[in-house]
Design a protein around this ligand. Structure first.
Ligand code: AMP
Ligand code: MG
Length: 347
């Protein structure tokens, strides 16, 4: 064997490096974990070193967020804000960031998203399950305090005005999905799917390199309307079918409220799916665009365009943005639906 300087470089050093990597690094494993939290059934699957332990840490993180952000838990920060009688409340930096995000999105959507809608939701019974149609006087009175500008956030203290109560249910799951995806990535996970009851967050592709297939629920019947194929993206749906009740006259009322009327959003949409890199943006937008309706949603998309969306209209038609045209496949039984592609206007 010839021993010279080159030998060291070409053989010994790479061999030592390989040994070091094998010794310290752990080989990738795949794991799955499901549990109930945040008022929904959560499923996760991940591939990476120590994937099982990482998913346990992810559950802990989500349970902690639920304790912090639940609107009904007397120990939560949101509960403390809602029972502050106009006094300033010190909150954690994480909660301040979530509220700031919700306020930014409320302003950007001209109040279609509004975290102060909570008392109106309560009047409809959506927070308790004791559903009822409130009378107009009750709605008018409650609406007078609904305005995201009644939340005053400064650094990590918040004050809300008289009669105001907040609920971050329209954005929190997306926000938490982003946090968990970051946690998984930091721990070396290269492939994962996190599903928080319709709020889906993906990391990379499936372990075999193919795209993740995300079903878009059919709002009119059981099963999926179609499938979106994505990688490294969040996909979030807001649908009227998720929580609703029907009165004696057969009218249906769902849980997404138009802050301008105090009534369930009657915008011509039955579901909105948003795909983008950040789950929190998808979550905020899916709720807000549901309130806006198809025309305004299309204008909004044209004005920012940093997300893609699929709208299901009350008549069963589908509108989807350009970027989803080759990503979305209709289920076989739905291929007769009319699909319109929303594009940027060409001048
Ligand atoms: P999502 O499932 O993300 O669309 O959020 C719906 C939840 O957000 C509802 O269950 C309510 O708790 C709350 N919500 C309903 N309407 C609004 C609205 N216009 N702005 C903010 N939150 C809302
Ligand atoms: Mg939402």
């Amino acid at each position: 064997m010839r021993v010279n300087g080159k030998w060291y470089f070409h053989c010994l050093i790479p061999a030592l490096l390989l040994l070091a990597l094998c010794g310290c690094g752990k080989s990738a494993e795949s794991a799955e974990h499901s549990f109930f939290a945040l008022d929904t059934y959560i499923t996760m699957q991940a591939t990476g070193p120590d994937a099982e332990a990482v998913l346990m840490a992810a559950e802990e993180q989500m349970q902690a967020r639920e304790r912090q952000w639940s609107v009904t838990n007397p120990d939560s920060e949101i509960y403390a804000i809602n029972h502050s009688d106009g006094n300033m409340v010190e909150i954690s930096l994480d909660t301040a960031k979530l509220i700031q995000f919700a306020l930014d999105m409320s302003a950007q959507t001209d109040g279609a998203l509004d975290p102060t809608i909570y008392p109106v939701l309560t009047a409809w019974g959506f927070t308790t399950g004791s559903y009822q149609v409130p009378d107009q006087d009750t709605i008018d009175e409650l609406l007078s305090a609904v305005d995201y500008r009644n939340i005053h956030l400064k650094d990590s203290s918040v004050t809300i005005e008289d009669g105001v109560q907040i609920d971050l249910g329209a954005v929190a799951k997306g926000y938490i999905g982003d946090e968990v995806a970051d946690l998984l990535r930091e721990q070396g996970v290269t492939s994962a799917l996190i599903n928080l009851g319709g709020n889906v967050q993906t990391i990379g592709t499936k372990p075999d390199g193919s795209l993740w297939r995300i079903g878009v629920r059919n709002p009119f019947a059981d099963g999926n309307l179609g499938v979106l194929q994505v990688e490294d993206m969040a996909v979030v749906t807001s649908g009227g079918y998720e929580r609703y009740f029907t009165d004696e006259a057969g009218n249906t009322y769902w849980h997404i409220i138009d802050p301008k009327t105090g009534y369930p959003a009657d915008s011509g949409l039955v579901s909105v799916t948003v795909a983008a890199s950040e789950g929190k943006r998808c979550d905020a937008l899916s709720t807000a665009l549901f309130v806006m309706g198809p025309e305004q949603a299309a204008d909004y998309w044209r004005s920012c365009g940093d997300f893609e969306m699929l709208l299901v209209l009350a008549d069963g038609d589908i509108w989807l943005t350009d970027g989803l045209n080759n990503t979305f496949t209709l289920s076989e039984k739905d291929t007769n639906r009319e699909v319109t592609v929303i594009r940027h206007e060409t001048k």
